[in-house]
Design a protein around this ligand. Structure first.
Ligand SMILES: *[C@@H]1O[C@H](CO)[C@@H](O)[C@H](O)[C@H]1NC(C)=O
Ligand SMILES: *[C@@H]1O[C@H](CO)[C@@H](O)[C@H](O)[C@H]1NC(C)=O
Ligand SMILES: *[C@@H]1O[C@H](CO)[C@@H](O)[C@H](O)[C@H]1NC(C)=O
Ligand SMILES: *[C@@H]1O[C@H](CO)[C@@H](O)[C@H](O)[C@H]1NC(C)=O
Length: 539
């Protein structure tokens, strides 16, 4: 058989969305409001099947997932799957640039495969500041049985959702932002949607637990620690890390970490703390770790974390988190067999955040552009070739000196490119960036302005590979991305206030031979159930 025929046979075989042998899982979720008062003040909380946090989505590599969401809110809704790679399937990413919303009273079924991935993630509502009303929940992707995990099997797993919380109604918060007011300080920190001193995790003496911790908050970085216990870091957003003990971990908005904790202390109860970082008022989320067989409730002082504005501690810790080259994650071959440091960088994109004032409203920008959504999702406009929905331009690649503008830019990129993205933070607040559809190698992080000569300081061997990264004030973070996933992908500030006010962009990754014979790398066909809206309604 000729190579072409072989290629074709392979293509046709693997072109289907779903391989018959991959197990399928089905979820029916009703999304509705529930009046709850986590911090003593009642507000509308978004619940999933009446739960807050929502149910755990417990998956195994290669599972095919169908989630039907019934929208019982009074406004449009979309759920997004933070850190789930959605391979070749931005159709199901659930953000405003890829999907039309599920209207009130309607339902929609997301279908995606968690291919080639393991790890800890979370889902959250992506539209119109709804994330301020909860609606989030944990996602686990377990290893297939044939793939060993690089640590002893834990006694149990706990999903721990930590985040800042506002007592204000989310629709009022949104209206306040629309009127040009900045978000006030949060009212507190929740752990699994519970106020301080209410959540309780029971440990069997001697047992080891895996804690899958995600910062699901709106904007506050948190320091996580357990009194008297060291945490062995094992995973961040789907990558196994070099195992190291930490007495506390900074977890920035949108990030997920897995740690192992062994109940090797006297049989008592201990504080679990998530405290705010880099804000003028210290807020504490507090839970108990209670050893079974002990009824004594812990009292007294909380364990101390790093001092509030100690950025150096935080940056040094970030740099200490490295990829374990020797172990396999979703595949049997070791993570380190992908030698990213040997690949030639084909393009450099420098993204600088900024602030602009537009019609008396503060807007946040990337390279001088504050993102606004058109009436039609960019993904649908691209597919149906509807003009004038978004703009493509090389000017997205570098910071500009011209006056900030509103716009709908898309970074055009090609499959197989290996790009360098530098996040330059010229502001005095910390930033977190997240890219859908991808993980990236976090090769560098340093104070000051980035210059090309600083590439010599990059970690080109075992940089951590994740989907969400922080950028400290007046500093830069550099990441490398192997563009192996076709689609329209959201690159966003995970700080919801900045994102809502324009700090996001999309990256379209496309093949070189568009519309040629079907190729296994192509994006899957448009789902038959896709919702149409805007100018895509007629197409
Ligand atoms: C989801 O709901 C549909 C329609 O009510 C029902 O047919 C189906 O069995 C449900 N699936 C699950 C997994 O509950
Ligand atoms: C999650 O799925 C795994 C693999 O199927 C199973 O062993 C485990 O018990 C499940 N955990 C929960 C909490 O459902
Ligand atoms: C936590 O749960 C355990 C087991 O149910 C119980 O004995 C203990 O009193 C609880 N602790 C707190 C602080 O609620
Ligand atoms: C960012 O800060 C640096 C250093 O202060 C300055 O040289 C540069 O002009 C700033 N860029 C913008 C766009 O503000």
């Amino acid at each position: 058989m000729s190579t072409l025929l072989l290629f074709l046979a392979f293509s046709l075989f693997s072109f289907s969305v779903v391989d018959a042998e991959d197990p399928q899982l089905f979820f029916n979720w009703t999304v509705s409001y529930s009046l709850q008062s986590p911090l003593g003040v009642a507000k509308k909380v978004i619940v999933i099947n009446d739960q807050f946090p929502g149910p755990v989505v417990n998956l195994t590599t290669n599972n095919v997932v169908e989630v039907t969401i019934f929208n019982k809110l009074d406004e449009p809704f979309l759920m997004t799957w933070n850190g789930v790679l959605m391979r070749r399937n931005s159709w199901n990413d659930g953000v405003q640039g890829t999907n039309c919303p599920i209207l009130p009273g309607q339902s929609w079924t997301y279908t995606f495969q968690v291919k080639d991935q393991i790890g800890s993630f979370f889902y959250f509502p992506s539209l119109g500041f709804q994330a301020a009303a909860g609606g989030y929940g944990p996602i686990r992707i377990n290893n297939r049985i044939v793939i060993p995990i690089p640590f002893d099997f834990p006694h149990d797993d706990f999903d721990i959702m930590i985040g800042d919380w506002y007592n204000m109604d989310f629709q009022d918060m949104r209206a306040s932002l629309d009127q040009g007011h900045a978000l006030p300080k949060p009212d507190g920190i929740l752990i699994n949607s519970l106020p301080p001193y209410k959540a309780n995790f029971t440990f069997q003496p001697g047992a080891t637990y895996r804690l899958r911790i995600s910062n699901v908050g709106l904007k506050t970085s948190l320091n996580f620690r357990i009194q008297g216990h060291k945490m062995l870091l094992i995973e961040t957003e789907g990558s196994y890390t070099v195992k190291q003990y930490y007495s506390s971990l900074d977890i920035h908005v949108g990030q997920s970490f897995s740690v192992l904790v062994t109940a090797n202390r006297p049989k008592k109860s201990y504080y679990m703390v998530a405290s705010s970082r880099f804000v003028s008022k210290m807020l504490y989320g507090v839970a108990y770790v209670q050893y079974s067989g002990s009824n004594r409730i812990r009292t007294g002082r909380l364990p101390l974390g790093p001092s509030l504005y100690n950025y150096d501690y935080s940056m040094e810790q970030a740099r200490s988190i490295r990829w374990d080259l020797a172990v396999g994650a979703a595949r049997p071959n070791p993570q380190g067999s992908f030698h990213y440091g040997l690949i030639k960088i084909t393009r450099t994109i420098v993204l600088q955040n900024g602030i602009a004032v537009e019609n008396n409203q503060v807007r946040f920008t990337i390279n001088g552009i504050s993102f606004i959504y058109p009436d039609t999702p960019l993904k649908l406009a691209d597919y149906f070739k509807i003009p004038n929905v978004f703009t493509i331009g090389e000017d997205t690649d570098q910071p500009t000196k011209h006056t900030p503008t509103l716009g709908t830019p898309v970074i055009d990129a090609y499959y197989r490119d290996f790009i360098e993205v530098v996040f330059q933070n010229n502001q005095s607040s910390i930033q977190t960036w997240h890219l859908d559809g991808y993980n990236f190698f976090v090769v560098g992080m340093e104070w000051g302005m980035w210059t090309p000569t600083l590439r010599s300081t990059y970690n080109m061997v075992d940089a951590i590979y994740r989907s969400t990264v922080q950028v400290y004030p007046l500093s830069w973070t550099a990441v490398l991305i192997s563009l192996d996933n076709l689609g329209m992908w959201n690159l966003r500030s995970q700080d919801i206030e900045k994102r809502y006010l324009g700090q996001e962009v999309y990256m379209r990754v496309r093949g070189e031979n568009l519309n040629a014979i079907p190729d296994p790398r192509d994006e899957i066909p448009i789902p038959a159930n896709i919702i149409r809206c805007g100018r895509a309604k007629m197409s």
